[in-house]
Ligand binder design. Structure first.
Ligand SMILES: [Zn+2]
Length: 376
């Protein structure tokens, strides 16, 4: 993971903590400004006569608040790193923070540990701030501690709601994974948790209306609609990707291989095609004079060549040179197969046995068709 990462657009780097770059998105300044605006009148009540400095105090509170969000994210990053999972950037944005963990948990235990430390950290920070409130006399520091305690306790509790993509959704995924032995079932259940929470978030501002008959404020409706969209989208993505990945193991490179003939690279194309038809082969491998694999005939290139020219062309002119990524193990299957092919691109792949022998050729159009069939 030492390749230089490109920073996401619209973010600035404020430092490095625990080996991760800490980025702040532009949207954060918007929310910090909003917090400063909302806090200034409260600051003015507690400590009158500050004038414009009340806004500075409000902004300082926003920085303090996001400092505690950063602690939450650092706990995810440290736990992941401790378990040997590579960790990328930590980004603070207006909804909170996000830690990029670049590999999936290998076990339900890892998934649980990485997820649960975040909310536990927030609850601990909230509890600590609450304790300090009791010891602090009236004034700005006490106001800040009260805000910090309230925000962290709310963040800690809300993040434990079993709804993907919240931390609690990851905890739920880990638990279902542990008891069913199926990671993907865990993702689907947690994704549905996200969808249910999204519906609840949409309904929440209207609960008061049932009681009092008064319509909810526009700000509340918009805020909860935004949260609902975030939950619905995250939950739905988890469900969709789990459904796809669940079916991938049915894809085996070996079973998809086309029967392949080997011909010298300088053989006329017409003769190569004649031999392939005779052998009922679906792929042609070109070889060097000493018989080792040199290239694979690329079907679109072959079809783009007028047939009357085939007798006068070497088969190698419509073949792609075989390089490392175009040679795959015949035993490759499932996600590993899809990843290998996605990384290199469409076309033909030579499948080889462990002893180096040629098994056949995999053509990505066949893989695509098998994939669609697997999805039903
Ligand atoms: Zn978290």
């Amino acid at each position: 993971m030492s390749s230089p990462r490109t920073r996401p657009p619209g973010t600035i780097r404020i430092g490095t903590i625990a080996g991760s770059d800490v980025l702040v998105s532009g949207s954060w300044f918007l929310i910090a400004g909003l917090i400063a605006l909302l806090m200034a009148p409260v600051v003015d009540q507690v400590r009158p006569g500050l004038g414009a400095l009340a806004y500075v105090a409000g902004f300082a509170f926003a920085v303090l608040l996001y400092g505690s969000v950063l602690l939450h994210e650092i706990s995810h990053a440290l736990m992941a790193r401790r378990l040997g999972l590579p960790v990328g950037d930590i980004t603070l944005h207006f909804l909170g923070g996000m830690t990029q963990i670049e590999e999936e948990s290998r076990s339900s235990r890892e998934e649980l540990l990485v997820a649960v430390v975040g909310p536990l950290t927030s609850l601990a920070v909230g509890g600590l701030a609450l304790g300090l409130v009791q010891l602090t006399p009236e004034g700005l520091p006490r106001l800040a501690l009260e805000g910090l305690a309230g925000a962290n306790l709310v963040v800690g509790v809300l993040n434990l709601v079993p709804a993907f993509p919240l931390d609690g959704g990851r905890v739920l995924r880990a638990v279902v994974w542990r008891f069913s032995g199926d990671r993907h079932r865990g993702s689907i259940v947690a994704g549905w948790g996200g969808r249910v929470a999204a519906v609840a978030a949409i309904a929440y501002p209207w609960l008061g209306t049932l009681r009092t008959g008064a319509a909810p404020s526009v700000v509340d409706v918009l805020l909860f609609a935004f949260v609902a969209a975030f939950l619905w989208q995250g939950g739905s993505q988890a469900i969709a990707s789990a459904k796809i990945r669940r079916r991938l193991p049915a894809l085996h490179a070996r079973g998809l291989a086309r029967r392949t003939i080997a011909v010298p690279a300088d053989l006329p194309l017409a003769e190569a095609v004649r031999r392939a038809r005779e052998a009922q082969a679906g792929a042609i491998l070109t070889t060097t004079p000493d018989g080792s694999p040199a290239g694979l005939v690329h079907e679109p290139a072959l079809l783009a060549t007028p047939e009357e020219r085939w007798p006068w062309m070497a088969v190698s002119t419509v073949a792609r040179t075989l390089d490392g990524p175009r040679v795959l193990a015949a035993d490759l299957a499932g996600e590993a197969l899809v990843e290998a092919v996605t990384a290199t691109g469409p076309g033909e792949y030579l499948l080889v046995e462990q002893d180096g022998g040629v098994h056949g050729v995999l053509v990505t159009t066949d893989l695509d068709a098998a994939f669609r069939e697997a999805l039903g």
